[in-house]
Design a protein around this ligand. Structure first.
Ligand code: HEM
Length: 218
């Protein structure tokens, strides 16, 4: 038991934190306290949670690259799946509660008329593809192509920022632009020259830390 807790506490803390908005929504729905416009509340919370959790999943690899924080890699897949779950709820709320499953109206009023819906739908399709192929079986089947396919998560991130930006009013654009900045920084860390420089800095940092200890031992 103690070994299980020692090895898995980080995964549990991160997963439960990422699921907290879902719990909050469920609690509010059960107690009939989603506010004057429940559809809008669910839309805002599920959309933001999907995007933020997705960006945390994108931050896992850089956290390991820059700080050598290997535990971050253990939560990457769960965070991706939780982001997909929030995005699915966001879609269900939109087609079910907002449009009452009226597919003709959805296509005419939303998909054809609002480019941000198209960007969101494409992002969700990519997230679905990545969620389906996130299993060990698909990893084995796709081999080297698995990594290439899963780089599409960055395309999904760009589409989500565009989706958010296109639907925001001029005075509120600072928020999607801020998330766009975060995504740009995460993408920058993936550029080989930048990544190699960061890895060298980490090596130099740990050499500085271990040198005084070695001197003490002498
Ligand atoms: C089929 C896919 C999608 C549909 C139909 C959809 C629909 C919508 C709608 C109708 C809005 C509100 C627009 C308004 O208030 O005027 C919205 C906002 C938003 N969506 Fe989506 N969306 C989709 C996919 C996604 C995905 C995949 C994400 C994130 C991973 C996302 C994140 C957001 C965010 C952050 C907002 C802003 C919420 C706010 O204004 O507070 N959406 N979406």
């Amino acid at each position: 038991m103690a070994t299980y807790v020692r090895n898995n506490w980080f995964w549990w803390v991160v997963t439960l934190t990422a699921l907290a908005p879902m719990g909050w929504l469920a609690w509010r729905a059960l107690t009939n306290s989603l506010g004057v416009d429940p559809v809008n509340t669910v839309n805002n919370v599920s959309g933001r949670a999907a995007m933020i959790v997705l960006f945390f999943s994108l931050a896992c690899t850089p956290l390991n690259t820059i700080f050598g924080f290997r535990r971050a890699l253990t939560v990457r897949r769960s965070l991706g799946l939780i982001a997909f779950a929030y995005a699915s709820l966001h879609l269900l709320n939109f087609v079910g509660l907002d449009y009452g499953f009226d597919w003709n109206l959805i296509v005419q009023d939303a998909v054809l008329d609002k480019p941000y819906i198209l960007a969101g739908s494409l992002a969700l399709l990519l997230l679905a593809l990545l969620a389906i192929t996130s299993t060990r079986g698909w990893m084995r089947r796709l081999g080297r192509n698995w990594k290439r396919l899963h780089r599409l998560v960055y395309a999904a991130g760009v589409l989500v920022v565009l989706h958010f930006l296109w639907q925001a009013k001029a005075a509120e654009r600072w928020e999607p632009l801020m998330y766009g900045g975060v995504l740009a920084a995460l993408l920058l860390v993936r550029v080989p020259a930048v990544r190699n420089w960061l890895v060298r800095q980490r090596g130099a940092r740990s050499a500085r830390v271990s040198r005084p200890r070695a001197a003490q031992a002498d």
